[in-house]
Design a protein around this ligand. Structure first.
Ligand code: ATP
Ligand code: ZN
Length: 295
């Protein structure tokens, strides 16, 4: 009989592991303490983690060693661009963390400032598959120089004319005298799975986990807002509450001129919003985090 526990591949150490473990924890998954470096067994769900390098996660899922994995879109799509072996993988859920961009960049004071300028030039990258596919789609013939790390030093070391690399703040580019001129891919962490050969029993567990993860992600972006509003300015105040469809309006004891407004805001609530609400006459404004959500 096949194993009935959901096997999930997660990066063992790095930028995806912390976000991944935090998400699992907020989704209510508890793990038994153990000394095993490779496996962690959940105590309260039929779920086992496999802790591996992020670059190996698409292989583990495509090959069937794991059912799902948490990986960056950059790694997933790079593997798919390199080999048909990964064609059966799909994104089950975008997770909203580890956001970064794969960008083309060149020396700040040089002659390469657009994709067209790359014709006949060389580009250093750890993403040869995505870079080649991007250039080919635009009819640009350039040489790809594959590097495993420190791609940003390539132009200075005269290894390549330009680079295609992951960027989050842009500080590394700037420190190396480079400027980005084109985004090739916008990436975030995702839950990946096979399209085919999934096991029904395991999928039941996966559906439950994904529903909980959706709730965690939605609640992180959602706030609960409470305020008192003068009755005669209620419509104006309701219109100022961001991303809420149906606020609750309640009577306040012994006050005919003021009502209490409660609303779920599906957008970030900025200080500017609170200031506008107060200027419209709202008082006692409270913004609370929402811990869990289920529709
Ligand atoms: P491993 O040893 O597992 O191969 P790594 O060095 O490839 O680790 P990290 O640097 O931890 O991995 O990056 C993992 C993923 O995090 C990247 O593939 C990308 O999806 C995302 N990432 C990369 N750079 C950033 C960044 N600056 N900010 C946020 N997320 C990033
Ligand atoms: Zn890696």
């Amino acid at each position: 009989m096949p194993d009935q526990r959901l096997k999930l591949a997660v990066q063992s150490k790095g930028r995806l592991s912390e976000g991944g473990m935090e998400l699992l924890s907020k989704a209510g998954v508890r793990f038994a303490y153990g000394r095993d470096q490779l496996h962690r067994r959940a105590e309260n769900l039929p779920l086992d983690l496999l802790l591996v390098r992020d670059d190996d996660i698409p292989s583990f899922v495509a090959g069937g060693a794991c059912d799902y994995g948490i990986v960056g879109e950059n790694v997933l799509y790079e593997m798919q661009a390199r080999s048909p072996r990964y064609a059966d993988l799909e994104v089950a859920l975008p997770l909203g963390f580890s956001r970064c961009n794969l960008k083309l960049a060149s020396p700040r004071d040089g002659t390469i400032n657009s994709v067209e300028d790359l014709a006949g030039k060389s580009i250093a990258t750890s993403y040869p598959g995505l870079t080649r596919r991007y250039l080919e789609a635009r009819g640009i013939d350039a040489e790809i120089v594959e590097m495993r790390g420190s791609v940003e030093v390539a132009p200075r070391m005269r290894i390549a004319d330009a680079i295609c690399d992951l960027v989050s703040s842009g500080a590394t580019l700037e420190a190396n005298g480079l400027a980005a001129f084109q985004t090739v891919l916008e990436s975030e962490a995702v839950m990946v799975r096979r399209k085919s050969a999934r096991q029904p029993v395991v999928e039941t567990v996966a559906d439950k986990l994904i529903e909980r993860m959706e709730g965690v992600i939605a609640s992180a972006q959602t706030k609960y807002i409470l305020l008192n509003a003068p009755r005669d300015r209620l419509n104006e105040i309701k219109a100022l509450i961001p991303g809420s469809d149906a606020p609750t309006v309640a009577q306040i004891a012994d006050r005919a001129d003021v009502v209490a407004v409660h609303a779920v805001c599906r957008e970030r609530v900025f200080w500017e919003t609170l200031e506008r609400l107060r200027a419209a006459g709202a008082r006692a404004i409270l913004v609370l985090p929402i811990e869990k959500m289920m529709a």
